[in-house]
Design a protein around this ligand. Structure first.
Ligand code: CP
Ligand code: NVA
Length: 316
């Protein structure tokens, strides 16, 4: 399988802020090919003999399993490393950890609290570093999500995605990615839970090149006309203590049949990065509806990340 044009585009994937539209499109193209081939029973050992260290400071189902299986299907291996069990938990620095892992592994994927830990890893590792979620962003999720939208809608340019809920890590990555891909992004959130201004400003500026509009509002009726309605948990990992307060504040922002109907479109997709807190940010009727593509998103984490892994790690 030819992937030459893809390799060595960048060393790390820490955020979508500095990823180009061409890179995103190349990942979609390779992910699509690998997905089709896998379904036809063919795997491609594009990372034969390569190993990915996978650091987890937080829980995970999708990220852990999809990265490990991706590496296996590409002919390499993934090594799960719990943050607590590493010497990191006893005070070894991120910088030293990055240098040590670089002597054994061909890439590092990390799920962390502070985004600065991802930046430090990338700075000190001689091998590629991939952000598997930080408090600031979740780039692999957004790549898989826009691949999913592309598969279902046949295009991205000119579509509108309404993200309803907390202006969190997932919202940030959807903003960065959407603006580059020509997808208008509307963030509908309670007052005080808006995405970071720097992310919104960057998305607005990228959107001026692609025609994507960015809107941040507290008004739920802004979902009108949306092609996609997206939500995420109201309290992210690390915010467990705020859960009760957030449930009260976010209640009017629940994605239910009434909110989906407010789009005015019968074919509006429902998306969620998962895990879902059913009965909080989304009702069963919406997650389990024919318009819901949540398990396609979960599946596409595997295919999208394979494309990302190949582009970062093959040929190094
Ligand atoms: N969407 C996502 O990253 O899921 P996990 O927390 O299960 O990895
Ligand atoms: N915003 C959520 C996403 C989980 C995949 C969190 O950070 O917990």
């Amino acid at each position: 399988m030819k992937t030459k044009h893809l390799t060595n585009l960048r060393k790390d994937l820490t955020s979508l802020s500095d990823v180009t539209k061409a890179e995103l499109e190349a990942w979609f193209e390779l992910a699509g090919r690998l997905k089709k081939e896998l379904k036809a029973g063919k795997t491609h050992h594009l990372l034969a003999g390569k190993n990915l260290a996978m650091i987890f400071q937080k829980s995970s189902t999708r990220t852990r399993v999809s990265f490990e299986i991706a590496m296996r299907q590409l002919g390499g291996g993934g090594l799960y490393l719990s943050g607590n069990e590493l010497q990191l938990g006893r005070g070894e620095t991120i910088a030293d950890t990055a240098q040590v892992l670089s002597r054994y592994c061909d890439g590092i994927m990390a799920r962390v609290y502070a985004h600065s830990d991802i930046a430090t890893l990338a700075k000190h590792a001689s091998v590629p570093v991939i952000n598997g979620l930080s408090d600031f962003s979740h780039p692999c999720q957004a790549v898989a999500d826009y691949l999913t939208v592309l598969e279902h809608k046949g295009r991205l340019q000119g579509l509108t995605l309404a993200y309803v809920g907390d202006g969190n890590n997932v919202a940030h990555s959807l903003l960065y990615g959407g603006a580059k891909l020509g997808v208008s992004v509307t963030i509908v959130c309670p007052k005080g839970y808006e995405p970071q201004k720097a992310v919104v400003d960057r998305a607005e500026s990228d959107g001026r090149q692609t025609g994507a509009r960015v809107l941040v509002t507290n008004d739920v009726s802004a979902v009108k006309g949306a092609d996609v309605v997206y939500t995420d948990v109201w309290a992210s990992m690390g915010q467990e203590k705020e859960h009760e307060e957030r449930v009260r504040i976010f209640k009017p922002y629940q994605v239910n049949d009434r909110l989906m109907a407010m789009t005015g479109k019968n074919d509006a997709l429902f998306m969620h990065c998962l895990p879902a807190h059913r009965g909080e940010e989304v009702t069963d009727e919406v997650v389990d509806s024919p318009n819901s593509v949540v398990f396609d998103e979960a599946e596409n984490r595997l295919h999208a990340q394979k494309a990302i892994l190949v582009s970062l790690m093959a040929g190094r």
